[in-house]
Design a protein around this ligand. Structure first.
Ligand code: HGY
Ligand code: MN
Ligand code: MN
Ligand code: MN
Length: 397
């Protein structure tokens, strides 16, 4: 682990879940942002926070056609140490490396930290980059709320931002000439290829849906089985339907990682159950087919139990194909590193719709991510930094 990553190892550690819980604008996230500002300023970079809470650190005067690199510092609940922070730390270390070799960029160069990439607090992934790029309605975004009912508007206000200014930022967006995000790999692609670094090819289409099943809250002992309207039954049917639907479509994935019965007591038949579905596939048609099959099964199971069901699409993004010319140029300049597709979403995937964008992946020997076992060896992290420095030198030289 690079020393800079070790320096934040205590921030947002979550002994109850294991790993890290760092969510947009919470205490751990604010501490990490402050740490980033300090590290950037220590390097003489000029720090600015944009209207959506993304933090930019400029090497030289901010200007158009900039080469921008960075990632995020927030995590999923109980996440690993590398997903997000490795890209931020590697960006700072790549700047150090370029300076150590006397490099002076001919294009403006910036390191960026995007806000709430995981959607771990407000439910929508890549929230900072979506707001920046204008791919989420700012009014809807302001109303997003965390499990305690705190809205995004309240959270950003508390963090010192003007919530009325959230939304598409053509000034910040207009400065980005090229965006490159380095990220720990989240599968076993590089382990299988026996290579430390890859360039990204594509990201699966993916989205999140919330199903709310409503039945009748009642007593676990006094309510006869035949008298029940238990929303946990259709919720369970949805979980099984998700596996079946994804298994039937080549390359598709469907996951229920979060399910909340209300009120949530061992001896209480729930009155409602919220179930969050994450579904991904090669393209929109396949993703929609999977979600439609799951939705139909959820409705059937709800009807069988006398329950009602509502479905809300919380986020969606089509398949991303990274700029082929940039991808091939970078893979070639790095000596023919592999090109890998990924099933994980990234801020780079949002920006790819607006500006030429590329990603670098660093080998993860466990192949595990969004869990404490996520890992990258120090030598591979160093190879990632050098690859990123080479890419920045190539683009900004
Ligand atoms: O892929 C994800 O779940 C997130 O966007 N990182
Ligand atoms: Mn992630
Ligand atoms: Mn990430
Ligand atoms: Mn009782």
């Amino acid at each position: 682990m690079p020393d800079l990553l070790a320096a934040i190892a205590g921030v947002g550690a979550d002994p109850r879940r294991g790993g890290y819980s760092r969510h947009g604008f919470d205490r751990a996230d604010l501490e990490l942002r402050a740490w980033f500002v300090e590290e950037a300023e220590r390097r003489g970079l000029a720090v600015r926070t944009d209207r959506n809470g993304n933090v930019w650190a400029w090497w030289g005067t901010p200007g158009p056609d900039a080469v921008v690199t960075g990632s995020h510092l927030d995590s999923v609940p109980g996440g690993g140490a590398f997903d997000g922070p490795l890209g931020v730390v590697s960006a700072l270390l790549a700047v150090d490396s370029l300076r150590a070799r006397g490099f002076t960029p001919t294009r403006p160069l910036a390191v960026v930290v995007f806000a709430e990439e995981e959607g771990g607090r407000f439910g929508v992934p890549c929230l900072g980059s979506r707001l920046l790029a204008g791919t989420i309605d700012p009014d809807a975004a302001r109303r997003l709320h965390d499990p305690d009912g705190v809205t995004l508007a309240e959270a950003v206000t508390e963090a010192g931002l003007d919530a009325s200014r959230l939304g598409r930022d053509d000034v910040a967006l207009g400065l980005i000439g090229t965006f490159v995000e380095l990220h720990v790999e989240q599968g076993r692609g590089l382990v299988d290829l026996d290579a430390p670094v890859a360039v990204a090819g594509s990201i699966l289409a993916h989205g999140r849906w919330r199903f709310r099943f409503t039945g009748e809250g009642n007593h676990a002992g006094a309510t006869l089985i035949g008298d029940r309207r238990d929303p946990m039954l259709p919720a369970s049917a949805l979980v099984l339907a998700a596996r079946k639907a994804a298994a039937g479509v080549d390359g598709a994935r469907a996951t229920v990682g979060r399910l909340t019965p209300n009120p949530g007591g061992t001896n209480v038949i729930a009155s409602t159950v919220d179930v969050w579905l994450d579904a991904r596939a090669d393209d929109t048609a396949r993703t929609r087919a999977v979600v439609d099959e799951i939705t139909a099964a959820a409705h059937d199971a709800a009807t069988d139990e006398g329950c009602a069901v509502t479905v809300t699409e919380e986020s969606y993004g089509d398949t991303v194909h990274f700029d082929p010319a940039l991808r091939d140029r970078l893979a070639g300049s790095l000596g023919g590193v592999p090109v890998l597709a990924t099933g994980a979403g990234h801020d780079a995937g949002i920006l790819a719709a607006r500006v030429p964008t590329a990603m670098l992946f660093v080998r993860n020997p466990t192949g595990v991510s969004h869990a404490p076992a996520e890992h990258a060896e120090p030598d591979d992290c160093a190879a990632g930094v050098e690859a990123l420095a080479a890419v920045l030198a190539e683009l900004a030289g």
